[in-house]
Design a protein around this ligand. Structure first.
Ligand SMILES: [Zn+2]
Length: 468
């Protein structure tokens, strides 16, 4: 049996073990930096498999590192396990059907992500043991990906500095390699403080913090025309100052998320947004406090590692779905809009299909699907990083929806998850056994860094924060 086949066989032999873990994390559905049960479950699984586990890595309670072996190369396999609020949904049901109204749900499939990466780490460890292969395999338990940039905080504390390369994946509606193309971002609170007063009897004595928030938002909406096309600015009013219109609101707060292809572009827009906030404070006679929440860098692809991963993915084939899984995908697609279904319209071969049954051709230019952000970006500035996507859901399923939650807790998601584990393990093994590949991958990253060295976008004094 070849190496990749052996790795796949190890994962298959522990199939039920991994599925149980994924389903438990799906049930826990804990949001950013509060993933205590999910993290502990993964830590215990790593210990059971013979990894040495460091809990509370990088000073973050729910971050951890499971390690096996000694010396070089050091392989970093990244896992996520956080859920999203408001997306509670029963598994396998093709209609909106929350388990708990307003509860959390795994709307980005991170229960699968964390467990698929665990499967890869476990398989690689067992293979290294059996073949007495030198090197270290580490599983990085990375909390708070959703709006928390856990990996960026971990990167700031240096936990990836002694690694040689990193691998990750993401559940998706298609099978392929994920090239570097995500957006850098900053997330920042603007807290306005005014003076309360009776809104009818003495409005002239009040200074409205809510007015300041509204004027700031108007100002930023005018800014949009004068920034680069690729940038995105989103906001949420996180404190409107109470529910009484007869009170002049003394406190109000707005949370901004600013995205652009590169961190310096985000920084430039951020400074202009800060000026607008100060202008709004000046106009309303209030004070503004600017509180940096989190940030992440754009993802740098690595064509050397991507080609290795694509080769291994081709050898392993794609997940094969049975009739009941196809039936669920069909039913889920009935609930999608035509626009949703057109999400991958530029990809040939996907028209009129419910589930992807092939591997997308590899292209360095990227998949050009969406323009989100990921904190894997920061890892990719420190070590060569590669990621794949595997089919875990019906084609057209939008991320962060109940439809994704429904599928991520079923055999449809499990199949894609175990497959991702196999692809990651096989890719890691090939790179470990061919030092010239690692050298070429590092040279490619260094060329990039020579022009633009990595600077962690999160200031030194900012701490990770849970959803308030
Ligand atoms: Zn995600």
């Amino acid at each position: 049996m070849r190496g990749n086949e052996q790795l796949a066989a190890i994962i298959e032999s522990k199939r039920d073990f991994f599925i149980q873990i994924s389903d438990k994390i799906w049930e826990y559905a804990e949001t950013r930096f509060e993933e205590k049960q999910s993290a502990e479950l993964l830590c215990q699984a790593l210990e059971k498999e013979g990894f040495k586990v460091e809990r509370g890595a990088a000073g973050i309670e729910t971050a951890f590192i499971g390690s096996f072996g000694t010396g070089k190369p050091v392989v970093a396999i990244l896992g996520e396990f956080d859920a999203l609020s408001g997306l509670s949904q029963n598994r396998g049901v093709a209609a909106h059907n929350p388990i708990q109204e307003g509860g959390n749900g795994h709307g980005c499939g991170h229960n699968l992500l964390g467990t698929g990466s665990l499967a890869a780490a476990v398989a690689l460890k067992q293979y290294m043991e059996e073949h007495q292969l030198p090197g270290t395999v580490r599983y990085y338990g990375c909390p708070g990906e959703e709006g928390g940039s856990g990996k960026t905080f971990m990167a700031r504390e240096g936990v990836f500095d002694d690694t040689d390369f990193a691998l990750c994946w993401h559940p998706a509606p298609v099978n392929g390699i994920m090239p570097g193309s995500s957006l850098a971002n900053y997330q920042v609170y603007f807290k306005f403080k005014g003076r309360s007063s009776h809104a009818a009897a003495s409005p002239h004595l009040g200074r409205s913090a809510l007015d300041a928030v509204e004027l700031m938002n108007v100002g930023v909406n005018y800014l949009r025309e004068h920034i680069i096309q690729e940038a995105r600015i989103h906001y949420a009013i996180t404190n409107s100052g109470g529910t009484s219109p007869n009170v002049v609101q003394a406190n109000a707060e707005v949370l901004y998320l600013i995205r652009a292809p590169k961190t310096p572009q985000v920084e430039e827009i951020y400074q202009r947004v800060c000026d607008i906030a100060r202008g709004a404070a000046l106009m309303t006679g209030t004070q503004v406090e600017i509180v940096f929440d989190k940030a992440c860098s754009n993802l740098i692809g690595n064509s050397v590692l991507e080609e290795v991963m694509h080769k291994q993915f081709t050898k392993l084939g794609v997940p094969v779905f049975d009739e009941s899984e196809k039936e669920l995908a069909r039913a889920i697609r009935e609930t999608l809009t035509d626009e949703d279904k057109k999400m991958f319209r530029r990809m040939k071969g996907l028209e009129n299909k419910d589930l992807a049954d092939f591997l997308l051709p590899y292209s360095k230019a990227g998949l050009s699907v969406g323009s989100g952000s990921t904190d894997v970006g920061d890892v990719s500035w420190i070590v060569p990083t590669v990621q794949c996507i595997t089919a875990c859901m019906a084609i057209g399923t939008p991320f962060h929806t109940w439809q994704l939650v429904a599928q991520g807790g079923t055999s449809l998601g499990h199949k894609g998850m175990l497959h991702a584990g196999k692809v990651i393990a096989a890719t890691a093994l090939e790179v470990m056994q061919n030092p010239e590949l690692l050298e070429a991958a590092k040279a490619e990253l260094n060329q990039y860094l020579d022009e633009e060295p990595y600077v962690c976008p999160i200031p030194a004094d900012v701490k990770p924060s849970a959803i308030k």
